[in-house]
Design a protein around this ligand. Structure first.
Ligand code: UGA
Length: 437
């Protein structure tokens, strides 16, 4: 099948390359000339495990091409995916101007039947506006359908998630569009859930909001566990063994970040509000999350008296491991708070230093965790990169001024660290170490 994908960000590029790998002919369209040049030369412009290899393979087979002008793509494709950004406006609502721009472009170039599929996360009823826009601006009397086909892939494991989703949701109003989408997904052996369009749009926002709510729930439990000397990881395990609850997304830590959860939560409660539905659960989910970095700093201050002039090695800048994405990353808030407390910061991240320095130009980035720990009064682990688990902590201990580790993700082996002479401060659990102060 021929497919056009507008927008070559995380969702768009994974969609484009995923469908190309399955043997479809795909046109990737983006107005960002730099991105298109990079992709046309065979380089993925961001870090996502496995994607570079698929680009190489599909380009080699002539299954994917990239353009800034999508006229040919619209003409040839049977299905046109809209994967452009839907960033938050200052009041939290989604900015849909890029979606409108693509809809108008499609309208001007559509000559025969197409399925236009929204994949970007959009408010319910966006499909109505796409349909209306195409109908208003189209030059010829052609038929088309707008479907909602939300994407559930996670950064850092996007390729795996594309090929092995747990479900595929398609919101559509017509048999014709349903058949085309069924054919497109014929290689996927997972539940294919057909709904009406608005329902599919809601499923996406509801899924992200629910997962965010689970995280804020466990993070509040972590606070309670710290007060009563309970262990939040075991609470999470004990709750999660109940299959009605499930263990996943119950990992306590320094809060969720990224380009999706914070933005989608805001947009979702704005949608509810606009419809006259109060949904304070969503606002509370956000409020709990916003407080995490300050609570973390408070814990550091309690252990260190104050942070003025103290050197802090920050491990991890990306909003989660296996990505260089720092959008809404808790690390940025932690670093700003540390700075305002007068601390000196040296950070290390395996992939995200460059992006972090673009928003925090004064940030000192080390080239290894050992360099970040040199002479430090404390280490703060903010992102649980796998490589932090295999660090030579004895070496780190020897180079630090004072041996304090604040683990914002409960990623490290606290007992081992304590046996090496560290004071270890996890989230939602009793600190371990020889507290002789
Ligand atoms: C999220 C959803 O998981 C995807 O299903 C969805 O497609 C995507 O948003 C999107 O809308 O595009 P993503 O933002 O890539 O994916 O990352 P997640 O793995 O969901 O993690 C989000 C944040 O939650 C991270 O900061 C992570 O550290 C945090 N998190 C996650 C926790 O603090 N605890 C957990 O138990 C799980």
């Amino acid at each position: 099948m021929k497919i056009a994908v507008f927008g070559t960000g995380y969702v768009g590029l994974v969609t484009a390359l995923g469908f190309a790998k399955l043997g479809n002919k795909v046109y990737g369209i983006d107005k960002d000339m730099g991105k298109i040049e990079s992709l046309s030369k065979g380089r993925v412009p961001f870090y996502e495990p496995g994607l570079q290899e698929i680009l190489k393979e599909t380009r080699g087979k002539g299954l994917v091409e990239f353009h800034t002008n999508g006229a040919k793509a619209v003409e040839e494709a049977a299905v046109i995916f809209i994967c452009v950004g839907t960033p938050a406006l200052p009041d939290g609502r989604a900015d849909l101007s890029q979606v409108e721009e693509v809809a108008r472009f499609i309208a001007e170039n559509i000559r025969d039947y197409k399925v236009i599929a929204e994949k970007s996360t959009v408010p319910v009823k966006t499909s109505y506006w796409i349909k209306r826009t195409v109908n208003l601006y189209k030059k010829e009397s052609v038929e088309f359908d707008v479907v909602s086909n939300p994407e559930f892939l996670r950064e850092g494991s996007a390729v795996q998630d594309f090929f092995h989703p747990e479900r595929i949701v398609v919101g559509t109003e017509t048999e014709r569009a349903r058949n085309l989408m069924r054919q497109l997904y014929k290689d996927f052996d997972v539940p294919l859930l057909f709904t009406d369009v608005g329902t599919a749009e809601i499923i996406k926002h509801a899924s992200n909001s629910f997962l965010a709510m689970k995280i804020s729930f466990i993070n509040m439990l972590a606070e309670l566990c710290e007060k009563v000397d309970a262990d939040v990881d075991m609470v999470s395990k004990g709750m999660g063994l109940d299959s009605r609850i499930g263990e996943r997304f119950l990992r306590a830590g320094i809060g969720f970040g990224g380009s999706c959860f914070p933005k989608d939560l805001k947009a979702f409660y704005r949608i509810a509000e606009a419809e006259g539905v109060e949904f304070p659960l969503l606002r509370e989910t956000e409020r709990v999350n916003d407080l995490r970095p300050a609570k973390f700093i408070y814990k550091m201050k309690r252990a260190m008296w104050n942070l003025r002039g103290k050197k802090i090695g920050v491990l991890g800048l990306s909003f989660k491991p296996n990505t260089d994405d720092i959008r809404e990353a808790p690390s940025l808030k932690v670093i700003n708070l540390l700075k305002s407390e007068g601390a000196k910061i040296v950070a290390y991240d395996p992939a995200a230093c460059k992006n972090a320095r673009a928003v925090l130009p004064e940030l000192r980035c080390a080239s290894s965790p050992y360099e970040a720990a040199q002479g430090a009064n404390a280490i703060s682990l903010i992102t649980e990169w796998e490589e932090f688990k295999t660090i030579d902590w004895k070496r780190i201990r020897e180079s630090m001024e004072t041996p304090l580790v604040f683990d914002g993700r409960n990623a490290l082996d606290g007992r081992k660290l304590a046996s090496l002479g560290f004071e270890y401060y996890p989230v939602g659990k009793r600190p371990i170490g020889n507290f002789n102060g």
